[in-house]
Design a binder for this molecule. Structure first.
Ligand SMILES: NC(=O)c1ccc[n+]([C@@H]2O[C@H](COP(=O)([O-])OP(=O)(O)OC[C@H]3O[C@@H](n4cnc5c(N)ncnc54)[C@H](OP(=O)(O)O)[C@@H]3O)[C@@H](O)[C@H]2O)c1
Length: 404
């Protein structure tokens, strides 16, 4: 199998490292807009089968050229390039997989109903991918990804599904930094401040930013953390795919209270915006164009440099509640990893590893013909059994308990 990992960043490094060791992969191309970044990663891998390439995810034709003869493209750049990469995959005849959707495309204001969330733009490629006999697997990381598989497991065990909750918590810290993101700071700021999408009484609605503050008790060793509603891919697809009468679904992420409040202040100043503004550098009189969010992200440490420094543990939890045999029933599933232990075992922390690992795992599954479905779809539309069979081999352990 010939594979392109597009994006030599925090997550791309994990997927490329795992795939470079896979006997199923005969050729691995590490691609990035920076050839230096691609080379820097490729040089750490098995050089016989790995090559580095400069590829700009904003340019469909040159991407399609680079993807010729490739079986699977893993999109691990920023989600604003998803549609262009999907176009390039269609042109080149390559399967497509990503780990995030472009949530910034949402236009509704808080309180407004949502007809079609942003991921619908990608799902609209379903027919084209089917006709081409290609797979477009969306959101195959941790959350989305592992969480979608867990939601499907919960739904499969209930006759009627009333509510699904997805919770993401990390009690990790990095010495020397009051706050540091272990993944794309750009995506974090954008995602956290976007009016959150929630499914209430059978309707998709937009909430405000960082609403629904509560303390969620994550399974040990993470423990209780303050969580807030944020916009997330699971809410784009689960309300449409789970069925069984689902009425409510939302996603909450743990954010330290002081950071949540600071982000809301940044939002009031417009510091979360991704479009460039002209700024005069007072000390030189020079005029530069800079997007405020790029400046905030540049002030934060590069996630690639933090890999082994995080201490603590990360956890994703999915609960599904409803009815079974006419009685109330529910299931809770979770997946936890300790940052230091994960780093010792795999060379990556517990934030990037469980995102890049399912991407690599699903690539190998495609290579072995274990994903027969064609078209564009999220992971919950596939049978969870093959995922559950392979997760432990990648150190992904799904735990579960029945809820009273
Ligand atoms: N599903 C999940 O659980 C989950 C969790 C975390 C992240 N994610 C997603 O995973 C993806 C990768 O995240 P990450 O943390 O690895 O980000 P990252 O560290 O910023 O890496 C992205 C890489 O893509 C490169 N890039 C940016 N624009 C490009 C372009 N036009 N053409 C080619 N390369 C380009 C970046 O280069 P520069 O550094 O030069 O910009 C960087 O090397 C994101 O979509 C993120 O939302 C998913």
């Amino acid at each position: 199998m010939k594979v392109v990992v597009l994006g030599a960043g925090a997550i791309g490094s994990v997927s490329a490292t795992l795939l470079s060791k896979s006997p199923a992969v005969e050729r691995l191309v590490v691609a990035d807009r920076s050839l230096e970044a691609a080379k820097g990663l490729a040089e750490t891998l098995d050089r016989g089968r790995v090559e580095a390439m400069r590829v700009d995810a904003g340019k469909v034709d040159s991407m399609a050229e680079a993807f010729k003869g490739i079986d699977v493209v893993l999109n691990l750049v920023l989600p604003r390039f998803n549609l262009k990469i999907m176009d390039a995959c269609l042109k080149a005849g390559a399967h497509y997989m990503d780990a995030a959707t472009d949530l910034a495309l949402a236009k509704e204001k808080p309180g407004e109903a949502v007809k079609a969330p942003p991921e619908a733009l990608q799902l609209a490629y379903d027919d084209a991918f089917k006709q081409a006999g290609l797979i477009g697997l969306l959101g195959m990381g941790q959350d989305p990804g592992i969480t979608n598989v867990m939601a499907r497991m919960g739904a499969d065990r209930l006759d009627e599904v009333q509510e699904i909750e997805v919770r993401d918590g990390d009690n990790g810290s990095i010495e020397g930094y009051p706050f540091a993101s272990l993944w794309s700071a750009d995506t974090l700021i954008e995602e956290v401040l976007m009016p959150a999408l929630a499914f209430r009484e059978g309707q998709l609605v937009r909430l405000g930013s960082l609403q629904g503050e509560e303390v969620f008790d994550f399974p040990s060793p993470v423990g209780p953390l303050t969580v807030y509603n944020v916009d997330h891919e699971e809410t784009n697809t689960l309300p449409l795919t789970i069925g069984k009468g689902l009425q409510a679904m939302d996603f909450k992420i743990a954010i330290p209270k002081d950071l949540a409040h600071a982000l809301l202040v940044f939002q009031q100043f417009g510091l979360h915006r991704g479009h460039p503004i002209e700024v005069e550098v007072k000390s030189t009189g020079e005029k530069v164009k800079v997007a405020p969010r790029d400046m905030l992200a540049a002030l934060m440490p590069d996630p690639k440099t933090l890999s082994g420094k995080a201490k603590g543990a990360a956890c994703v939890v999915v609960t599904a509640r409803g009815l079974k045999g006419g009685a109330k029933s529910g299931w809770m599933f979770w997946q936890t990893l300790d940052h230091q232990e994960c780093y010792r075992k795999y060379g990556f922390n517990a934030t990037s590893y469980p995102v890049g690992a399912p991407m690599a795992m699903a690539t190998e599954m495609i290579g072995r013909g274990e994903i027969e479905r064609r078209g564009v779809f999220p992971p919950e539309l596939l049978d969870p059994a093959p995922f559950l069979k392979h997760f432990p081999g990648y150190g992904i352990v799904i735990q579960e308990k029945q809820l009273a």
